[in-house]
Design a protein around this ligand. Structure first.
Ligand code: NAD
Ligand code: GLY
Length: 364
């Protein structure tokens, strides 16, 4: 059952994010409603395929769709030009034409990779996101960012490419490993800090229920996050202004992730640490009041994250920071909280303070 629909208003590229539970059987009818062609390619990974591919294939075939499925290994390393090249080859060998739609069934890795392939194969073919992780449902499947990684930096090759619609069934989170729920909390906490003090307060009061995926609390939190993201992207699709605030926690976060070679830390864990580090910087610069800083650190501290940061080295982290996509010339751009629910963009942060902030999160 679909319980809510959030519109993204982008002129002729407008679309909806549908959210609900136990909604699998309604997927094919929604494709028909959206005028999706009867020829589809599902791109997914082995973990997701083992539970969700067959039901989706049955549902689509029952409604007359011809479906090719491509199953790849899981993990961030798949977000590569090499893997994208292999997918192009599969599509060409199966004579996939420009009317065929790609369904990205999986977490943020599959969404970013399959989205990139859909954006570039024969100059772009239709795309549907069916996110299956908390992180992808609240963030990565919405807004059209697609990317693969380069050895010199994360998400360095990519494009903005909007899907026809996004289909989110929170029931699938029941099979998600606990560590992945914690990763999703990185982006959830981010939304509270950048935009919504009520969401932040709700998390303070209901953190354990959300992490346990208690349906009522989870649906509430996800709905708030989706509403924030669809609103921001509707105003600034190409990150010319307000969309940059979605990068809070990601300047330090991406550097930590990259310094750990995408193995020590998962994206969402790195974002949680990045939010803590950037809040530290904001507080030391006198931008964020001490009381708000302490609330942020307390909430993040309550999230049971098991990441091992002992292998991360300061020189690698500082070097990775230089590759941040928000950098203008030599200046690294930070989105810093100035209260809970509000941010400011700062280009001048003392390197010593950055080091101090990184040291703080590595030792906590
Ligand atoms: P992920 O895609 O690697 O998924 C995490 C793990 O969970 C994988 O092993 C996957 O196989 C498994 N999995 C997925 N759904 C499952 C389910 N329902 N049940 C059981 N297992 C399941 O990780 P992620 O955290 O979803 O995504 C991280 C990626 O998202 C990063 O590459 C990050 O850069 C990207 N990202 C993109 C955006 C964007 O705007 N495009 C925003 C945030 C993050
Ligand atoms: N996840 C950041 C953005 O979509 O802009």
């Amino acid at each position: 059952m679909i319980t809510a629909q959030y519109p993204l208003t982008l002129k002729d590229r407008s679309y909806s994010v549908y959210i609900g539970m136990d909604a699998g059987s309604a997927f094919a009818p929604k494709c028909i409603e959206h005028g999706i062609s009867k020829s589809l390619v599902i791109i997914t990974d082995t973990h997701v395929a083992s539970v969700y591919l067959k039901p989706m294939l049955n549902n689509l075939r029952h409604h007359g769709f011809a479906v090719l499925s491509i199953v790849i290994p899981p993990g961030e390393r798949q977000k590569s030009i090499r893997r994208a090249g292999m997918l192009y080859t599969e599509l060409l060998l199966h004579a996939v034409d420009r009317t065929t739609a790609i369904i990205a069934l999986g977490g943020g890795v599959i969404g970013d990779l399959a989205g990139f392939v859909a954006a570039t194969y024969q100059r772009g073919i239709p795309l549907i996101h069916v996110p299956t992780t908390l992180l992808a449902q609240v963030d990565s499947a919405i807004g059209g960012k697609t990317a693969v990684n380069h050895s010199l930096g994360k998400n360095m090759i990519g494009s903005f490419y909007q899907p026809k619609f996004v289909w989110e069934d929170i029931t699938v989170l029941a099979t998600l490993p606990f560590r992945e729920i914690i990763c999703g909390m990185g982006e959830v906490v981010k939304y509270g800090i950048i935009r919504d003090q009520n969401l932040f307060m709700f998390l303070e009061n209901n953190l354990e229920a959300v992490i346990r995926c208690s349906r009522e609390e989870l649906l509430f939190v996800q709905s708030q996050c989706i509403a924030i993201k669809t609103d921001i992207v509707s105003r600034d699709e190409f990150e010319q202004n307000i969309r940059i605030i979605l990068n809070a926690g990601h300047t330090v976060g991406h550097a930590l992730e990259s310094a750990g070679h995408y193995r020590a830390l998962k994206h969402g864990e790195a974002v949680l640490l990045g939010l803590a580090a950037e809040s530290y910087i904001a507080q030391k610069m006198g931008i964020l009041p001490a009381e708000s800083y302490e609330r942020i650190i307390r909430l993040i501290g309550r999230i049971p994250m098991k990441a091992n940061v002992s292998s991360l080295r300061m020189p690698d982290i500082l070097s990775a920071l230089q590759w941040d996509k928000k950098r203008i010339g030599k200046k690294i751009r930070f989105v810093l909280p100035k209260s809970i629910g509000e941010t400011v963009v700062i280009d001048e942060v003392d390197n010593r303070l950055v080091r101090e902030a990184v040291r703080m999160v590595l030792s906590s």
